[in-house]
Design a protein around this ligand. Structure first.
Ligand SMILES: [Zn+2]
Length: 222
Protein backbone atom coordinates (compact mmCIF):
# COMPACT_ATOMS: atom_id res chain seq x y z
CA UNK A 1 0.00 0.00 0.00
CA UNK A 2 1.34 3.42 -0.97
CA UNK A 3 1.38 6.56 1.16
CA UNK A 4 0.95 4.71 4.45
CA UNK A 5 1.74 7.70 6.68
CA UNK A 6 -0.53 10.06 4.73
CA UNK A 7 -3.40 7.53 4.98
CA UNK A 8 -2.85 7.19 8.71
CA UNK A 9 -2.82 10.97 9.22
CA UNK A 10 -6.00 11.38 7.21
CA UNK A 11 -7.76 8.61 9.15
CA UNK A 12 -6.73 10.11 12.49
CA UNK A 13 -8.06 13.48 11.34
CA UNK A 14 -11.42 12.02 10.32
CA UNK A 15 -11.75 10.14 13.62
CA UNK A 16 -10.95 13.26 15.61
CA UNK A 17 -13.59 15.24 13.70
CA UNK A 18 -16.07 12.47 14.54
CA UNK A 19 -15.10 12.48 18.24
CA UNK A 20 -15.52 16.26 18.35
CA UNK A 21 -19.00 15.95 16.81
CA UNK A 22 -17.96 18.07 13.81
CA UNK A 23 -19.12 15.39 11.35
CA UNK A 24 -21.75 12.66 11.51
CA UNK A 25 -22.77 9.57 9.55
CA UNK A 26 -20.54 9.70 6.50
CA UNK A 27 -20.68 13.50 6.10
CA UNK A 28 -17.57 15.64 5.94
CA UNK A 29 -14.31 14.82 4.21
CA UNK A 30 -10.60 15.59 4.17
CA UNK A 31 -7.75 15.48 1.69
CA UNK A 32 -4.01 16.11 1.30
CA UNK A 33 -1.83 16.89 -1.66
CA UNK A 34 0.56 13.94 -2.04
CA UNK A 35 4.32 14.62 -2.21
CA UNK A 36 5.30 15.64 -5.74
CA UNK A 37 7.29 13.12 -7.75
CA UNK A 38 9.56 14.31 -10.56
CA UNK A 39 7.70 14.91 -13.83
CA UNK A 40 4.68 12.98 -12.59
CA UNK A 41 1.23 14.58 -12.38
CA UNK A 42 0.14 15.84 -8.97
CA UNK A 43 -1.86 13.29 -6.95
CA UNK A 44 -4.18 13.75 -3.97
CA UNK A 45 -5.35 11.50 -1.15
CA UNK A 46 -8.98 11.99 -0.16
CA UNK A 47 -11.44 10.32 2.20
CA UNK A 48 -13.90 7.87 0.60
CA UNK A 49 -17.57 8.56 -0.24
CA UNK A 50 -20.34 7.07 1.88
CA UNK A 51 -18.41 5.22 4.58
CA UNK A 52 -19.47 5.91 8.16
CA UNK A 53 -16.90 6.88 10.77
CA UNK A 54 -17.24 3.64 12.73
CA UNK A 55 -16.25 1.67 9.59
CA UNK A 56 -13.58 3.83 8.02
CA UNK A 57 -10.00 2.52 7.67
CA UNK A 58 -6.70 3.95 6.39
CA UNK A 59 -6.62 1.74 3.29
CA UNK A 60 -10.01 3.15 2.20
CA UNK A 61 -8.51 6.60 1.58
CA UNK A 62 -8.55 7.14 -2.18
CA UNK A 63 -5.54 8.38 -4.20
CA UNK A 64 -6.83 10.39 -7.16
CA UNK A 65 -5.43 12.47 -9.99
CA UNK A 66 -6.55 15.94 -11.03
CA UNK A 67 -9.47 14.43 -13.03
CA UNK A 68 -10.76 12.67 -9.87
CA UNK A 69 -9.76 9.26 -11.25
CA UNK A 70 -8.51 6.72 -8.76
CA UNK A 71 -4.86 5.85 -9.46
CA UNK A 72 -4.95 2.52 -7.59
CA UNK A 73 -7.19 -0.50 -7.80
CA UNK A 74 -9.69 0.28 -5.07
CA UNK A 75 -13.35 -0.37 -4.43
CA UNK A 76 -13.85 3.02 -2.80
CA UNK A 77 -15.14 6.05 -4.63
CA UNK A 78 -13.53 9.36 -3.65
CA UNK A 79 -15.56 11.86 -1.60
CA UNK A 80 -18.53 13.35 -3.45
CA UNK A 81 -17.04 16.79 -2.72
CA UNK A 82 -13.73 16.01 -4.50
CA UNK A 83 -14.36 18.86 -6.98
CA UNK A 84 -14.27 21.32 -4.11
CA UNK A 85 -10.90 19.99 -2.92
CA UNK A 86 -9.31 20.11 -6.40
CA UNK A 87 -10.67 23.61 -7.06
CA UNK A 88 -9.07 24.88 -3.84
CA UNK A 89 -5.69 23.23 -4.63
CA UNK A 90 -5.78 24.78 -8.12
CA UNK A 91 -6.45 28.26 -6.77
CA UNK A 92 -4.20 28.16 -3.71
CA UNK A 93 -0.69 26.70 -4.25
CA UNK A 94 0.05 27.36 -0.55
CA UNK A 95 -2.61 24.80 0.48
CA UNK A 96 -1.70 21.12 0.93
CA UNK A 97 -4.56 19.92 3.16
CA UNK A 98 -8.33 20.54 3.28
CA UNK A 99 -11.04 19.60 5.79
CA UNK A 100 -14.76 19.95 5.10
CA UNK A 101 -17.27 19.54 7.94
CA UNK A 102 -20.96 19.99 8.68
CA UNK A 103 -20.20 21.24 12.19
CA UNK A 104 -23.23 22.69 13.95
CA UNK A 105 -22.30 26.29 14.77
CA UNK A 106 -20.62 26.94 11.41
CA UNK A 107 -23.78 25.48 9.85
CA UNK A 108 -25.94 27.93 11.83
CA UNK A 109 -24.05 30.72 10.05
CA UNK A 110 -24.39 28.76 6.78
CA UNK A 111 -28.19 28.75 7.01
CA UNK A 112 -28.27 32.41 8.02
CA UNK A 113 -25.84 33.18 5.16
CA UNK A 114 -24.09 35.47 7.63
CA UNK A 115 -20.31 35.94 7.68
CA UNK A 116 -18.49 35.83 11.03
CA UNK A 117 -16.77 39.18 11.59
CA UNK A 118 -13.37 39.37 13.32
CA UNK A 119 -14.50 38.89 16.94
CA UNK A 120 -11.48 37.06 18.39
CA UNK A 121 -7.84 38.12 17.87
CA UNK A 122 -6.53 34.63 17.05
CA UNK A 123 -9.16 34.27 14.32
CA UNK A 124 -7.48 36.98 12.24
CA UNK A 125 -3.97 35.66 12.95
CA UNK A 126 -4.79 32.04 12.03
CA UNK A 127 -7.70 32.32 9.60
CA UNK A 128 -6.87 35.65 7.99
CA UNK A 129 -9.92 37.71 8.93
CA UNK A 130 -13.68 37.57 8.59
CA UNK A 131 -15.07 34.13 7.70
CA UNK A 132 -17.14 34.65 4.54
CA UNK A 133 -20.19 32.67 3.37
CA UNK A 134 -20.24 31.35 -0.21
CA UNK A 135 -23.06 31.78 -2.70
CA UNK A 136 -25.29 28.71 -2.88
CA UNK A 137 -24.08 25.74 -4.93
CA UNK A 138 -25.64 22.28 -5.30
CA UNK A 139 -23.59 19.60 -3.45
CA UNK A 140 -20.88 17.91 -5.49
CA UNK A 141 -20.99 20.40 -8.37
CA UNK A 142 -18.46 22.72 -9.99
CA UNK A 143 -20.73 25.57 -8.93
CA UNK A 144 -20.32 24.72 -5.25
CA UNK A 145 -16.55 24.33 -5.77
CA UNK A 146 -16.27 27.68 -7.56
CA UNK A 147 -18.42 29.58 -5.07
CA UNK A 148 -16.46 28.10 -2.16
CA UNK A 149 -13.13 29.16 -3.65
CA UNK A 150 -14.51 32.68 -4.13
CA UNK A 151 -15.57 32.86 -0.47
CA UNK A 152 -12.19 31.55 0.69
CA UNK A 153 -10.09 34.24 -1.00
CA UNK A 154 -6.64 34.28 0.61
CA UNK A 155 -7.95 33.13 4.00
CA UNK A 156 -7.86 29.65 5.56
CA UNK A 157 -11.57 28.96 6.01
CA UNK A 158 -15.00 29.74 4.59
CA UNK A 159 -18.62 28.81 5.25
CA UNK A 160 -20.55 27.02 2.51
CA UNK A 161 -24.09 28.41 2.31
CA UNK A 162 -26.83 26.01 3.48
CA UNK A 163 -24.19 23.30 3.87
CA UNK A 164 -21.20 23.59 6.23
CA UNK A 165 -17.64 24.88 6.24
CA UNK A 166 -14.12 24.06 5.06
CA UNK A 167 -10.66 24.81 6.38
CA UNK A 168 -7.33 24.75 4.56
CA UNK A 169 -3.65 24.76 5.55
CA UNK A 170 -0.21 23.55 4.52
CA UNK A 171 -0.49 20.37 6.66
CA UNK A 172 -3.43 18.22 7.76
CA UNK A 173 -2.60 18.88 11.41
CA UNK A 174 -2.83 22.61 10.85
CA UNK A 175 -6.04 22.27 8.79
CA UNK A 176 -7.59 20.43 11.75
CA UNK A 177 -6.52 23.22 14.08
CA UNK A 178 -8.12 25.79 11.76
CA UNK A 179 -11.34 23.73 11.45
CA UNK A 180 -11.61 23.49 15.25
CA UNK A 181 -10.97 27.21 15.60
CA UNK A 182 -13.71 28.01 13.06
CA UNK A 183 -16.24 25.96 15.01
CA UNK A 184 -15.20 27.56 18.31
CA UNK A 185 -15.43 31.07 16.84
CA UNK A 186 -18.85 30.27 15.27
CA UNK A 187 -20.07 29.01 18.64
CA UNK A 188 -18.88 32.15 20.41
CA UNK A 189 -20.50 34.34 17.76
CA UNK A 190 -23.87 32.56 17.88
CA UNK A 191 -23.99 32.76 21.70
CA UNK A 192 -22.75 36.36 21.82
CA UNK A 193 -25.42 37.47 19.33
CA UNK A 194 -28.17 35.80 21.33
CA UNK A 195 -27.03 37.35 24.60
CA UNK A 196 -26.37 40.90 23.43
CA UNK A 197 -24.28 43.19 21.26
CA UNK A 198 -21.22 41.81 19.52
CA UNK A 199 -18.11 44.00 19.65
CA UNK A 200 -15.54 43.22 16.95
CA UNK A 201 -11.75 43.45 17.21
CA UNK A 202 -10.73 47.11 16.60
CA UNK A 203 -9.72 47.92 12.99
CA UNK A 204 -6.10 48.77 13.83
CA UNK A 205 -5.67 45.38 15.54
CA UNK A 206 -7.30 43.54 12.61
CA UNK A 207 -4.85 45.29 10.29
CA UNK A 208 -1.84 44.29 12.39
CA UNK A 209 -3.12 40.71 12.76
CA UNK A 210 -3.75 40.45 8.99
CA UNK A 211 -0.12 41.41 8.41
CA UNK A 212 0.94 38.68 10.86
CA UNK A 213 -1.30 36.20 9.04
CA UNK A 214 0.10 37.03 5.60
CA UNK A 215 3.66 36.82 6.87
CA UNK A 216 3.10 33.45 8.57
CA UNK A 217 1.33 31.90 5.62
CA UNK A 218 3.84 33.22 3.09
CA UNK A 219 1.05 35.02 1.26
CA UNK A 220 1.55 38.52 0.01
CA UNK A 221 -1.88 40.00 -0.45
CA UNK A 222 -3.42 43.34 0.30
ZN1 LIG B 1 -20.63 18.51 2.81
Amino acid sequence: MNWVQERKNLLETMLRLDRLGMVSGSSGNASVKLPAENDKPQLYLISPAGISYDQITADQMVAINHDLESVESTKQAPSSESLLHIAVYDERPDVAAIIHTHSVYASVQAVKAEAIPPIIDEMVVYIGGQIEVSEYGFPGTKELAHNSVMALGDRRAAIIRNHGMFAVADTIKEALRVAELVERVAKIYVHAKISGTVITVPDHAVKAERTMYLKRSGLHGN
